[in-house]
Structure formats: C-alpha cells, structure tokens
Design a protein around this ligand. Structure first.
Ligand code: A2P
Length: 334
C-alpha cells in the first residue's frame, strides 16, 4: 500500500479517538494526518504514534490534498462537509447515518460486501454499529441456507451515544449510589441501573412505531446483504454498559440449519469467534468484547418454536468493529 494523506473528522470524539488508535495499531500507511473537530477543540492536541498532533477546525477547505477522510462527527457535519471532501478528490469513509441509504453510496462491511466499495463516487458509508455485528455473523448463514427473517433485540452500550452520554451514565451511577437525585440531559430517562427502549435517545418515533435505530437495522441489513427479500424486525435498547453491544438474534432460514452446522459455518467465518460452551458458562460478554476486533457469537441453539430457525447471542465492541475498525478496514481495501 502506498502512503496516504489521511484526515479524521470528529477526531476528538469517542469514535474519532478509536479511529486514531486503530490506524496506529494496524500500521495504516499514513503519510500525513490531519485531525479535525469543532471550534470547541481549538488548541487541543491528540497523540498519534507518540507525536502530538494539533486539532484543526473543520472547514470546507480542510480536505485539499487529503487522500482519505474518516468522518465521525455526526450526521449534519457529514452531510455538509463530505461533498466538499469528495469534490477535492478525497475519498470519505463516513460513520454517520447521513449517506447510508443513498443509492449512489456503497454501505460496506468488508467481511460481507467488499466488492461494493468499487462503486463509490467519493463517499462510502460505514453502517450502523448494531447492523455491522449482525451481518458479519449472518452472512455465512445466509450463503449456506438463505435467511428469510431476522428478529433482533439489542442491548446497546452508552458509548454509542458519545462522550457526553458516557459522562452522564457515570454521574448518574455515582448519584444513585450516594443517594442524590439524578440529572438527565442526554437521555430522556435515567440510564443508570435502567434500560431505555429508545435509540437514538433524542429521535422521534416513526409513524410505524419503530425508532430510527430500529429502521436502520431493517434497511441497512438488506442493503449490505444485497437482498431486499430478507425480512427484519428489531427492538433496540440502551443499557447501562460502557462499551460492547449485545444482541439476541432469531434467524429463520429457508433450508434448515442445525446448531452444530451453524457453529461450524461460523467457526470458519472471517472476523467471527464462536464462544459457545454453556456447560462451562462460556458465551460472549460485552466486558470481554471491549477492545477486541472480532464479533463474538454463542448461545447458538435451534428455536424450539420453529422448524427452521436458530437463536443466538452476538456481541462486539461498538466503537471498534461497530465503528472505527470497520471504517479503517474500508480504508485498507481502498
Ligand atoms: P468537538 O470535540 O470539538 O465537539 P462524540 O460523539 O464523542 O461527542 O464526538 C463528536 C465528535 O464530532 C467530536 O470530535 C466533535 O468535536 C465533532 N463535531 C461535532 N460537531 C461538529 C462540527 N459542527 N464540526 C466539526 N466537528 C464536530
């Protein structure tokens, strides 16, 4: 790989910082690195490969001479600035939802649809965190047995809502334990010691009763798998976990797969680790997935209530495979 001039937009955020870590850890061939954030970060520096790099304020001119820009600065920022980057010949890998369902923009998980990258016109979208870990596990099952329907419930970590949300969880934990009233600014309800079935926390419910996050899982799964006939229903829930999304997945296939066959397929799947030994209490856990690049699957069993369906438990680090790692993998493929 030739050396690339790289920019990270949203470098000071929870995902942006992980992007720097992953670029460094995977030894991405960086010729130069530009760190971009809002006015609020003027004067800040971040460390990359042991060197302090000054954070610059994101502007329309930030991408001149840049080859690849990783964006994780919110949908509005991507919508506004990604076209300027693309116009200047820079390829954007965008972690927000701004471009994901645009028919001109590939939505890519490298283990699932790497070929779609070639269709890009300057912007490639990184899928929703919960969708990425779902499709990494489901793709080999779909190839082997054709998935008809997916029923998924998520248990999503607070880091997915950004650094202010993490600070709110920690403050509420302390307040609860020390008997003080909790303050809710980011979440509409207390998140400490609670589960909130509304993601994103500020988003309106759609007319069909689903949240925006749930509809992302429905629509993005079909786009990435390249199969509009797969039926998907999702319930997305925020839980008081720092990092690591967990998912309970029920998958109905056209051809019956036994639990053993599914385990065998998943053991060979790229980016997937099977952790499935109930007798020894081995199954995926958010605390163990934190900091890891793989997606973990366990509790694989045949659905008692259906002749051709499986139940499983899928866990990944939402900041890594769910965001920063997937974006860097796309940049590597580029
Ligand atoms: P800043 O730190 O200057 O606010 P998180 O989701 O963890 O809160 O991070 C959001 C990231 O997106 C941060 O790096 C933040 O920068 C950046 N960001 C948010 N809004 C803008 C904007 N309008 N222009 C540039 N960067 C932005």
């Amino acid at each position: 790989m030739s050396l690339k001039k790289v920019a990270v937009a949203g470098a000071t955020g929870v995902v942006g910082r992980q992007m720097l870590r992953v670029l460094e850890d995977r030894n991405f061939p960086v010729a130069s690195l530009k760190l971009l954030a809002s006015e609020r970060s003027k004067g800040k520096t971040l460390t990359f490969k042991g060197e302090e790099v000054a954070v610059e304020v994101l502007s329309e001119d930030s991408f001149k001479g840049v080859d690849i820009a990783l964006f994780s600065a919110g949908g509005g920022t991507s919508k506004k600035y990604a076209p300027f980057a693309a116009k200047d010949g820079c390829v954007v890998v965008d972690n927000s939802s701004a471009w994901r369902m645009d028919p001109e923009v590939p939505l890519v998980v490298p283990e699932v649809n790497p070929g779609d990258i070639a269709k890009h016109k300057g912007i490639i979208a990184n899928p929703n965190c919960s969708t990425i870990q779902l499709v990494v596990v489901l793709k080999p099952l779909h190839d082997a047995a054709t998935i008809k329907r997916i029923v998924v419930s998520t248990y999503q970590a607070v880091s997915g809502a950004g650094s202010a949300a993490l600070a709110e969880l920690d403050a509420q934990m302390r307040d609860c334990l020390e008997g003080r009233p909790v303050q809710c600014k980011i979440f509409p309800h207390q998140i400490a010691f609670n589960c909130i079935p509304q993601i994103p926390q500020s988003g309106a419910f759609e007319d069909n009763g689903y949240t925006n996050e749930e509809m992302k899982m429905v629509n993005e799964t079909k786009k990435i798998m390249g199969d509009n006939s797969i039926m998907v229903t999702a319930t997305t829930v925020r839980v008081p976990v720092h990092t690591g999304h967990s998912e309970c997945v029920n998958v109905e296939t056209l051809k019956k797969l036994t639990a053993d066959q599914a385990r065998e397929l998943l053991r060979k799947a790229p980016g997937v680790v099977v952790q499935d030994d109930p007798a020894n209490q081995l199954y995926p856990l958010a605390v163990n997935a934190q900091g890891k690049y793989d997606t973990f699957v366990g509790r694989i069993r045949e659905d008692l209530s259906h002749p051709s369906a499986l139940e499983m438990w899928v866990v990944a680090d939402n900041l890594l495979k769910g965001a920063a790692l997937n974006a860097v993998q796309i940049a590597e493929l580029l």
